[in-house]
Design a binder for this molecule. Structure first.
Ligand code: AHR
Length: 528
């Protein structure tokens, strides 16, 4: 692990006044500002769909091959070729969705290449770095992965280099009952009698970019062609249009204006992508860059609000939901574990806070967001896992996703957090970021879950938690943090960043908790 103390000393202290080389432990004794967090239990926002916690897997670098697929003859423990350890950890994250096969790869992928006897499958141009795509992992293998994990598939169809017939045949191949059509029988012959019942279908990916460089109007025309009379076979299809690059409102407005111009094509959701980029490097950054990174991550709040408002200009009945099917912090390469794993990065505590604050944004907008897919599951950008041959480790991001699991399916309620912001420098600009932010939900019975991100790099914060109109009978606390801002888990030291759970003696309508610096905290409240 990089010695952060030394690095920060060299990089400068940043706006919060860390003296060069000063260990964070000493700064912890500094004064703390107070905060109040009101949990407005009588102000429900909506049900938090578990799909907000979904994943993305593309044929790129080490995601599919080595990450998910090791092959049935591998010495790595596997279930029919799929990495068993990954499946075991995925089960701990609850039933969500997994998006596949891309990404940019989706718009050159011809699904027939990935079915039938493996030895007969064609080898193709692999799009990313032109690595040969062997097609060993195709529709059946992906569905097996989903079924093993207990997750729902979300397919991305090829608009860039495909056509509507190819897409509709893929739907038929997946969903038609055995015996009903030639394609259904082909699926049966390939080993799966039961239909896959795939409901979520993305129609293209980044259609403004790698998915065909369409104008919004031209993409909308394609979308209409692709989505007209798609075979359903009893499965209520959820057709998803490729949305904007980040918060590009022009794309959104022009696509939806065209969508309204004539008979509306079926449109379940509109999918934006937002990568909050980097500041510094995956593991080397100043304190200012710590804050700037969190600030960039928190732009998701603005994006969701802006996109939702623009969508409402065209969809007044609010039938179309928002999906964010790629998101995460994207650092420069250099901290990967295997040079073949393109875009692989070592996720550290900072990425865990980006994940947590992003998931809190989604929870707070549970009425708008249908699904979100962190990019990407394993051996890639904002990954939950890293694997190389028989070595495997969970990144701090995994722990955030597991910590947030009690929110799945619960009712999001409004939270008001008040604390003075933290100032920092982004280049020459003075900026400020929230000191504490979070989300809360009411689950089964008397359970209330509150998750809080505390951004301050070095000082703790005492926060008063106030439960509107309710009393806590008991409170349990789970905290993810570390002394070093760039702390991360490696194959040799897999538990450097891991959550710590503890009982508390807190109760009542209001109680105080001390939030550690640079932390994610979950409070499990049982109401009286
Ligand atoms: O996640 C990597 C790439 O980033 C995806 O293929 C693409 O959709 C995005 O630009």
């Amino acid at each position: 692990m990089i010695d952060r103390r030394g690095f920060l000393g060299a990089a400068g202290a940043g706006a919060i006044g860390l003296a060069a080389g000063m260990p964070r432990a000493r700064a912890r004794a500094a004064t703390s500002a107070g905060a109040t967090v009101d949990v407005l239990l009588d102000e429900p926002i909506g049900r938090i769909r578990p799909e907000i916690y979904s994943h993305f897997t593309e044929h790129i670098g080490g995601v599919i091959y080595d990450g998910i697929w090791v092959g049935p003859d591998s010495k790595v423990e596997n279930v029919g070729g799929i990495r068993k350890q990954l499946v075991d950890y995925m089960k701990r994250l609850g039933k969500v969705a997994i998006r596949w096969p891309g990404g940019c790869f989706a718009d050159i992928y011809h699904w027939r290449d990935g079915i039938g006897p493996v030895e007969k499958r064609p080898r193709r141009f692999g799009r990313w770095r032109e690595v040969t795509e062997p097609n060993t992992f195709g529709t059946h293998e992906f569905m097996r992965f989903c079924r093993l994990c207990g997750d729902e598939p979300y397919f991305a169809a090829n608009v860039g280099a495909g056509d509507p017939t190819e897409f509709q045949h893929w739907v038929e191949y997946c969903n038609a009952p055995a015996g009903s059509t030639t394609l259904a029988d082909e699926r049966v012959a390939n080993g799966d009698r039961d239909p896959f019942k795939v409901a979520y279908w993305g129609v293209g990916n980044e259609s403004w970019g790698c998915g065909g460089k369409f104008t919004p109007e031209d993409y909308c025309k394609e979308y209409r062609r692709f989505t007209e009379w798609v075979p359903e076979y009893g499965v209520k299809l959820k057709l998803v249009a490729a949305g904007p690059n980040g918060n590009d409102l022009d794309w959104t407005r022009r696509f939806l204006a065209k969508w309204l111009d004539g008979a509306r094509a079926p449109l379940h959701a509109f999918a934006a992508h937002y990568y909050c980029g980097t500041t510094g490097h995956a593991l080397e950054f100043s304190v200012d860059q710590w804050y700037e990174m969190l600030h960039k991550g928190n732009y998701m709040e603005t994006l969701v609000r802006d996109q939702w408002a623009a969508m409402g200009e065209f969809d007044r009945e609010r039938r179309v939901k928002l999906i964010i099917d790629e998101w995460g912090a994207w650092h420069p390469e250099g901290t990967g574990i295997n040079p073949n794993h393109q875009f692989e990065q070592m996720g550290c505590l900072r990425d865990a806070l980006v994940a947590a604050l992003t998931l809190d944004v989604f929870n707070r907008h549970a009425d708008k967001i249908d699904m979100a897919n962190v990019a990407q599951l394993i051996n890639n950008i904002h990954s939950l896992f890293l694997a190389d041959g028989d070595r495997f480790v969970c990144t701090p991001n995994f722990h955030v996703f597991e910590m947030y699991r009690p929110h799945h399916g619960a009712t999001s309620v409004r939270v008001e957090a008040q604390a003075p912001g933290v100032s920092f420098k982004a280049g020459d600009r003075e900026e400020s970021i929230f000191r504490v932010a979070g989300s809360a939900s009411k689950g089964e019975g008397k359970a209330v879950t509150l998750t809080l991100v505390h951004s301050h790099a070095s000082e703790p914060l005492e926060a008063e938690i106030r439960l509107k109109g309710a009393q806590a009978a008991s409170v349990r606390k789970v905290v993810l943090t570390h002394e070093e801002l760039n702390a991360h888990n490696t194959f040799d030291a897999p538990d450097v960043v891991a959550p710590v759970a503890s009982a508390t003696d807190l109760n009542g309508g209001a109680f105080r908790v001390v939030l550690d610096p640079a932390s994610v905290t979950r409070l499990d409240v049982t109401l009286a």
